[in-house]
Design a protein around this ligand. Structure first.
Ligand SMILES: [Mn+2]
Length: 331
């Protein structure tokens, strides 16, 4: 039997993939598996480059993306004719658009949860040993949730989370490292393989260099919002961590602008915990208005816009955020 997994390239996607793989290896005869990693906005490309013949396919921790839905749904409709396809996710957009996805023949399991891995833990028996599985799931929750429950912190997983996310960030397109980490989880029960540690050290050096640059690149600053323009630096893979660190340090919403290639600008947003803002809602509204990709979670979201309109979008976001804040102050 052929098992194909398309997972989000973050820790939650990787842990979710590991849980499914270990379950199939243990419970089905002659399982062969392949793992692909994808972002919400590239799922249609990922689906098109895989040649499916049969078997089972899992799409894990990938948020529904409005912008490319037409192409994605066509690819899914083809896929479900040859392979049993299941989409498991905890992102709000997937939960919201569940029916659209189901209409393509995909089984959809989308409900709110701290991570997709935690959803899976309730769906299938865990087959990597229970202790190790629990640590993996808590690791996914820790990296995916701004406020994980205290038990997550107590497990001492913070340094593992930091090392693994840092290791992946250095070369975000390096899927081989992701596969090696998953293998080390499934086959050796090693949470942080040596190669990830080495990659993390390099990654830390780069992060420190970038954090020094941040203060020279503030293009807007108010009591509630700071915008940092990193469009002239290579920060892909680092923007989330920079934004989180700054949000925690400044106690305000942080938006970071950076480029992917020449034509796309990504606006990554982070809000400090407890801050009265819903970035996912704000960004999905913008993405609908502009017909671009955007969304995420309440405290961590992003928007991809054509480079030419990035400044205009930033001005609109500033207006919205400041207006919302005035209303709060008056209330
Ligand atoms: Mn997730």
């Amino acid at each position: 039997m052929m098992l194909t997994i398309i997972a989000h390239g973050d820790i939650d996607g990787m842990v979710s993939a590991a849980i499914i793989i270990s379950y199939y290896l243990k419970n089905k005869e002659g399982v062969k598996y392949k793992v692909y990693f994808s972002q919400p906005f590239s799922l249609h490309n990922t689906l098109q480059r895989i040649h499916f013949t049969s078997g089972e396919v899992y799409i894990l921790d990938i948020a529904f993306n409005e912008e490319y839905w037409e192409t994605t749904s066509q690819a899914l409709s083809f896929l479900t004719r040859v392979a049993q396809t299941t989409w498991i996710d905890h992102h709000p957009s997937t939960i919201f658009h569940k029916d659209k996805i189901t209409a393509t023949g995909v089984n959809v399991l989308a409900t709110p949860a701290p991570s997709t891995a935690s959803l899976l833990a309730n769906l299938i028996p865990l087959t990597i040993d229970p202790d190790f599985s629990l640590r993996l799931i808590k690791l996914a929750e820790l990296t995916d949730t701004p406020n994980p429950d205290p038990s997550v912190r107590e497990l001492g997983l913070e340094s593992a989370a930091e090392i693994l996310t840092g290791a992946i960030a250095l070369e975000p397109r390096d899927d081989d490292l992701r596969k090696k980490i998953i293998e080390s989880w499934v086959k050796k029960r090693i949470l942080v393989p040596e190669e990830a540690v080495l990659r993390f050290q390099e990654s830390e050096e780069k992060l420190q260099r970038l954090l020094k640059e941040v203060k020279n690149r503030v293009i807007y600053d108010s009591p509630v919002l700071r915008i940092i323009d990193l469009r002239d630096l290579r920060v892909y893979g680092f923007s989330g961590r920079i934004a989180s660190q700054e949000a925690a340090a400044q106690r305000k919403i942080i938006l970071i602008l950076f480029r992917i290639g020449q034509n796309i600008v990504v606006i990554t947003g982070r809000a400090p915990t407890g801050f009265p803002v819903n970035l996912a809602q704000l960004f999905s509204r913008f993405s609908e208005e502009l017909g671009v990709s955007g969304g995420g979670h309440n405290y961590a979201a992003s928007l991809r816009v054509p480079a030419g309109i990035a400044d205009k979008v930033v001005r609109q976001i500033i207006n919205e955020v400041e207006k919302a804040q005035e209303v709060l102050n008056q209330g």
